[in-house]
Design a protein. Structure first.
Length: 228
């Protein structure tokens, strides 16, 4: 997963495919396509609406305020707020809420990004979501879309099945952590010595490290327009 001099054309910002199809991976080298979710595969943020739906707007505001009193770091604040919201909640409830929420995200998917996703699948590439949103709803969505994995934020549970308020790994899945999570998944799937041909799609600063690690980085939305 090293950056190459050759770049695919940027993804169009509209709802149609006007650019050439991405180039196929070289024979014998596995292809992997990694998609950020909020703002990339989906048109907008999906985390805050989920939190408000399952925990209530007032409780979300209180959790953010409590977290902000401890830290101003964006990633630490998010991890702390999620911990406040879900500590003591049954893990089975979170999974049930996530499964119910996942189908509501289908209308939010960018048609041109779904077209890219399907092209990768036809080429035999592994397709994964790599996101700072919750795995509770991205895992069932990935299954519904026929994807290989959703690498997202996961919450830890204790032996009784209650969420502890801790995030697995204690880190938000953003920036360099996206690269670390993807590399770990690639090692598990293909073996530690396997070199893959990586396409990566993102829309924000949180995706910069992921796209820098890709052979074929593709900005989406405003970042794509700025790159033209």
């Amino acid at each position: 997963m090293t950056a190459a001099d050759r770049r695919d054309p940027p993804v169009p910002d509209g709802g149609s495919r006007s650019d050439p199809a991405p180039e196929a991976a070289p024979a014998g080298r596995p292809g992997v396509a990694a998609f950020d979710f909020d703002g990339t595969l989906a048109r907008r943020d999906t985390l805050v609406p989920f939190l408000r739906q399952v925990r209530g707007t007032a409780r979300v505001a209180l959790a953010v305020a409590r977290a902000a009193a401890r830290t101003r770091d964006r990633d630490e604040l998010k991890v702390a707020a999620i911990g406040h919201l879900f500590q003591g909640v049954a893990a089975a409830d979170l999974e049930r809420w996530g499964r119910s929420y996942a189908p509501t995200l289908l209308p939010l998917l960018r048609p041109e990004m779904v077209a890219r996703l399907r092209w990768h699948q036809r080429e035999g590439h592994a397709v994964v979501i790599v996101s700072a949103s919750l795995g509770a709803y991205l895992r069932p969505l990935a299954e519904r879309l026929g994807l290989d994995a959703a690498l997202a934020v996961e919450l830890a549970a204790d032996a009784s099945g209650l969420l502890t308020g801790e995030v697995v790994g204690d880190l938000n899945n953003r920036g360099p952590e996206k690269v670390a999570r993807l590399r770990a998944w690639v090692r598990d799937r293909y073996g530690p010595a396997t070199d893959v041909e990586l396409w990566a799609y993102g829309d924000s600063a949180g995706d910069e490290a992921l796209l820098a690690a890709a052979d074929h980085p593709q900005w989406v939305g405003r970042r794509a327009r700025a790159a033209r």
